[in-house]
Design a protein around this ligand. Structure first.
Ligand code: CMC
Length: 378
């Protein structure tokens, strides 16, 4: 193998061979296991999509029923995890709470048997089942309330909204959240997936893998951007202020949140679907003035940055959807995590199939042969 040139951010360097998903950034296409995202958003459910991602094929009706039943059965979390969360500061970010709680699952399910398919399945089920419960539990605990127990008669998305709001959700809200989960479930070799695969390659347990990926997703250049979009739209405040705001950001070389992507050079196909979902919600339960600001900003950014391939990404419209579903802003990224667990687990399984520990090289640019300097001479 020849030494290759250093690429900041490993841009363009393949970090794995994968069959999980595919992106064509010029054409704006995304497929999970070869199936276009539009077809999944239109026809599938999050759990069916998770099955497709993790096991590489669509489940038969009975496979899906069994998975749904197992997940429903494992939704509860141990009281010790709830008690642990009660010790977290209420001012802490829910992504930090989620990272700590996901890692803590490893303490309770510490048997590791990576060559046993029933162990793998058990971990997949537990993580898909318990992550939403942990997100909803922290929301109640930080507000001084007891968590709401999951309801076995509700679907995955409906149950999450129920645990969050303690009331059965409007079926349209549950349906739209389920589509959002499908859209966020997987996205090739992004930072958190890379982090998951690196962690997986050491043959550690899946809870450590998910905790590491959650920590990576939390940053504002990755999953955290959806929160920042809402703050930005608030800060812009009016449609008239869009152009002055953009000019100022461009003059100071600041990033416009929710725009740009390492791979997509056109509008992210997920942003197109999310925009339609936002419009469906506004038609159902009233418009949101922030949407007008978002539309104007999209137009203005296309004029200024379009020729450089900077267009709305998945985070631009998701916040508007979540806000309309009554979800607090700092839970947007944890909801991204709930969905992305499916993709991370698919990559975990794939990594195990042909594992070799990640151990890249570096280009050393420091000094050599320097003398030791005694403390009193520094
Ligand atoms: N606003 C203004 N300029 C931008 C933006 C933006 N949102 N995105 C990229 N650019 C410019 C950037 O300033 C740079 O210009 P120059 O060449 O003059 O220095 C050029 O485009 C390349 O940017 P980069 O940051 O080197 O590109 P990247 O591929 O490393 O980063 C990105 C991709 C998503 C981190 C970046 O576009 C960004 O920071 N966007 C804003 C944050 C955001 O919305 N993140 C969500 C990403 S999608 C979902 C996810 O991954 O979780």
């Amino acid at each position: 193998m020849t030494a290759c040139e250093f690429q900041p951010g490993l841009e363009g360097i393949p970090a794995a061979q994968s069959k999980v998903s595919f992106v064509d950034g010029q054409a704006g296409k995304l497929e999970y296991r070869g199936v276009p995202i539009e077809a999944l958003a239109e026809n599938s459910s999050f759990l069916e999509t998770a099955y497709l991602l993790i096991w590489g094929k669509f489940p038969r009706a009975d496979d899906l029923e069994i998975l749904q039943a197992e997940i429903t059965h494992h939704r509860r979390i141990k009281y010790r995890i709830r008690d642990m969360m009660k010790c977290f500061p209420e001012s802490g970010h829910p992504m930090d709470a989620l990272q700590a709680s996901a890692a803590a699952l490893g303490l309770f399910y510490s048997r590791r048997a990576l060559d046993d398919p029933s162990y793998i399945r058990g971990a997949v089920v537990r993580l898909l089942a318990k992550i939403p419960t942990m997100v909803a539990a922290f929301e109640h605990i930080r507000n001084g309330n007891d968590p709401v127990s999951p309801r076995d008669d509700l679907s995955y998305a409906a149950n999450f909204l129920y645990m969050l709001h303690e009331q059965e959700p409007d079926p349209l809200f549950a349906h739209i959240l389920d589509i959002c989960l499908i859209l966020h479930a997987e996205h090739t070799m992004n930072a958190s997936t890379f982090s998951a695969r690196v962690t997986a390659s050491t043959l550690t347990d899946p809870y450590a893998i998910i905790a590491s990926a959650v920590g990576t997703l939390a940053g504002p250049l990755h999953g955290g951007a959806n929160e920042e979009v809402i703050m930005m739209l608030d800060e812009i405040g009016t449609v008239e202020n869009v152009h002055p705001y953009l000019e100022e950001k461009l003059a100071t070389k600041s990033k416009i949140m929710g725009f740009g992507h390492r791979v997509y050079k056109v509008k992210d196909p997920r942003a197109k679907i999310l925009q339609k979902l936002a419009e469906q919600l506004f038609a159902h339960s009233g418009s949101d003035p922030a949407y007008e600001i978002a539309l104007e900003l999209e137009k203005a950014v296309a004029e200024k940055l379009g020729e450089r391939g900077i267009y709305p990404n998945v985070d631009f419209y998701s916040g508007l959807v979540y806000q309309k579903l009554g979800i607090p802003t700092d839970l947007f990224t944890p909801i991204f995590a709930i969905a992305r667990v499916a993709g991370w687990l698919a990559h975990w399984r794939e990594q195990l199939e042909t594992n070799r520990i990640y151990r890249p090289s570096q280009v050393y640019i420091g000094d050599h042969k320097l003398p030791y300097i005694p403390p009193d001479q520094r």
